[in-house]
Design a protein around this ligand. Structure first.
Ligand code: PAF
Length: 281
C-alpha cells in the first residue's frame, strides 16, 4: 500500500494502472474509519483491480462554528485499517494541496443542496460537491463508493457526476449499524454513554415510521407528528428535521407513495446525528 499526498502524484499513479487496463474503485473519506467505511472498502476490493481511499477532512464542508478543529483524526489507525483491508493507495493531501492559494472554483448542485441538511448547514454540500469533483479528477475511478447513511450527499454526488459527465459509476452501499441499530458515524465518538443510548431514538423512530406505513398510514404530516412525539420524549434530543421526501428529487411528499426517503437530523446533546430509511410504497 502506498500513501500519496500530492494530487499530481496520485493522478500519475492511477493513470499508470489504468493504462494497463486495470479498474479503479474509490472510497472518499474524512478518516476516523469505522465498519461503515470498511464495508465500502471491502466492496471496492471485490469489484476492482485497484482500490484508492482518500483521507481528507475537508474544510470547505464545515460551516463556521462547526466541528472542523475537533473532528477526529486518528491517521495512523486509519492507515493500518486500510492496509489490513487491502487498499492499494491512500490519498492523504494537505488542505493547501486541495485548496491552493487563489482557489476560486466551487461546484454547486442547485435545489438538492438547499433542503434537509442544507437548511441548517449552508454551504456544506457546495463543499462536499467541490471536494468530490476534485477527488474524482485526481483519482479517476471507475466506481465511486458512498454510504446510504449520508443519503442526501449520495443523491447530490450522483447528480453532480451525471451533470458534469464524470465517467464514473456511483455505488451506494447500505448503512452499517451497531447491533442495537445505531448507525455508524465518526461523530458517534463525541457521544457519552448516556447520549449513545439516547441516540438510539433515531433508529427507533425510523422503525416506528416503517411500522405505521406497514399498518396503512400514508399521510406524511401525521407520520412526521408521530415520529416527532417519539423523539421529543428524549430530553437530550433536539430535532433539526424529520422529512419524508421523494428519494431522487428530495421534494417533500404529502402522501407516502413511490420511492420515499424518510430522513432525520437530531442533535443529541451537542452532537448532530443523521439517519434515514429508503422505501418503496
Ligand atoms: O462523507 C464524507 O466523509 C465526506 O463528506 C466526503 C464524501 C469524504 C467528502 O469530504
Amino acid at each position: 500500500m502506498k500513501t500519496i499526498t500530492k494530487p499530481d502524484a496520485m493522478f500519475k499513479a492511477v493513470m499508470a494502472v489504468k493504462t494497463k487496463g486495470k479498474s479503479v474503485g474509490f472510497v472518499p473519506t474524512m478518516g476516523a474509519l469505522h465498519e461503515g467505511h470498511l464495508s465500502l472498502i471491502r466492496r471496492a476490493r471485490k469489484d476492482n483491480d485497484i482500490v484508492v481511499v482518500s483521507i481528507f477532512v475537508n474544510p470547505a464542508q464545515f460551516a463556521p462554528g462547526e466541528d472542523l478543529k475537533k473532528y477526529p483524526r486518528p491517521v495512523s489507525k486509519d492507515i493500518a485499517l486500510c492496509r489490513k483491508a487491502g487498499v492499494d493507495f491512500i490519498f492523504y493531501p494537505l488542505p493547501k494541496d486541495i485548496y491552493p492559494q487563489g482557489f476560486k472554483t466551487y461546484v454547486s448542485v442547485d435545489d438538492l443542496s438547499q433542503v434537509l441538511c442544507g437548511r441548517t448547514r449552508p454551504g456544506h454540500f457546495r463543499g462536499v460537491a467541490t471536494v468530490v469533483a476534485k477527488l474524482l479528477n485526481v483519482t479517476q475511478p471507475d466506481i465511486l463508493y458512498l454510504g446510504q447513511k449520508d443519503a442526501q450527499q449520495a443523491i447530490i454526488i450522483k447528480r453532480m457526476a451525471e451533470d458534469l459527465n464524470f465517467p464514473v459509476k456511483v455505488r451506494v452501499m447500505s448503512t452499517v449499524r451497531e447491533k442495537n441499530g445505531l448507525a455508524l458515524s465518526s461523530r458517534n465518538a463525541y457521544l457519552n454513554k448516556k447520549e449513545k443510548e439516547d441516540a438510539l431514538v433515531l433508529f427507533k423512530s425510523l422503525n416506528l415510521a416503517l411500522l405505521l406505513i406497514k399498518g396503512g398510514l400514508r399521510d406524511a404530516g401525521r407520520l412526521i407528528k408521530r415520529v416527532r412525539e417519539l423523539i421529543s420524549k428524549k430530553k437530550s434530543a433536539k430535532i433539526d428535521y424529520i422529512a419524508i421526501v421523494n428519494a431522487e428529487t428530495l421534494e417533500p411528499l404529502n402522501k407516502i407513495r413511490g420511492n420515499c426517503l424518510i430522513a432525520l437530523a437530531v442533535r443529541i446533546g451537542k452532537t448532530r446525528l443523521i439517519d434515514n430509511v429508503l422505501l418503496k410504497v
